[in-house]
Design a protein. Sequence first.
Length: 406
Amino acid sequence: MKVAVVAESFLPHMNGVTNSVLQVLAHLRRRGDDVTVIAPADSAFDAHPLTDQISSSAERCHGYPVIRVPSLPLPDYPKVRVAAGSVLRIRNLLEELRPDVVHIASPFVLGWRAIQAAEALGLPAVSIYQTEVPAYAARYRVPWAEELLWQHVERMHQACTYTLVPSTFAKQQLRERGVKRLRTWRRGVDTDLFSPARRSAELRARIAPNGELLIGFVGRLAAEKQVEDLAVLDGIPGTRLVIIGSGPMESSLAKRLPRAHFASFQSGADLGAHVASLDIFVHPGEAETFCQTIQEAQAAALPVVAVGRGGPLDLVDEGRTGWLYGPGDLHGMRRRVEHLVSDHAARRHFADAAHTEVQGRTWEAICNELVGHYARAVEVNRRIRTMRAKTYLRAQSRLFTNLLPG
């Protein structure tokens, strides 16, 4: 297939969206598909105004060209870029690329332009719902914007051929907002990178010299992750918090959690070793459409404690692989963690069940599902276009008949 991948976020900024896109590109490369990536640049200037300049000079990822469009940094989080430019710019790119399908990763600004451009060109658009942006409004102190953001989300996904959602919660959420043509597409997990075999006695001795149990979090240190909620765990005897990640709240969290170990951003084998060296994984964020780090923790044989909203509802089997607690119930979070700290047998049982649960959720299998969604989107788009054309011709025929003299 010929695929245009439009990524709202991409390298060098690593997050869940970028990681999923990289996995998809690697899979499409193995299949031999023809792919072009469109992503925000690291400046407000257009590096490649003409696509005919791209083939020789563009950067490449997994062997595929990456077309960068101008972007601006978020004021409080400059590592995150928001694409500038117009729908016409994206339309011109897609018109020259002529893809069979447009894959739109976590659309919001650049993705919305791509959806409009694909619609104008009659191209099937497969949109990946991955970020519950409206839920961020209260966290960023603009609660009045939540409904406006939801209206934008509805408008974007209604215009897509398919919207792929990662969890039961996300599907129900969009269905209640009136979005149609929803399909479930979850995420894979690298069980070689995230494995109990990567547990490091040396790393544990450095972080927990007195043999403390390690309670860990992995993710972006930003308001929507609610990492500050972990303060209720910072004094459990015989334990130490480990915070793995970076972001705009890193310095304020270090003050809020003075006894915690901040491991900063980790990737590759170092990330695998850090995760496997934990004893319990905790995720407090209430705005997770999936929560990939839970799967990765489970692959490393860690019991999980997570908030009972969003993606974790699908991932955590209560009483078998971990515990869920109600949103805002921080005492409930602490009680569940204390149970796993005090009960070694339960901790081991949960860890074994969690590890078993995710075996088989390979990126290969998940991306094969995605290619199936692509093929169905092409067919659905063809039927939609045919139906619209017939409706238009019937209307024109009636109009012409009414204009004929009686």
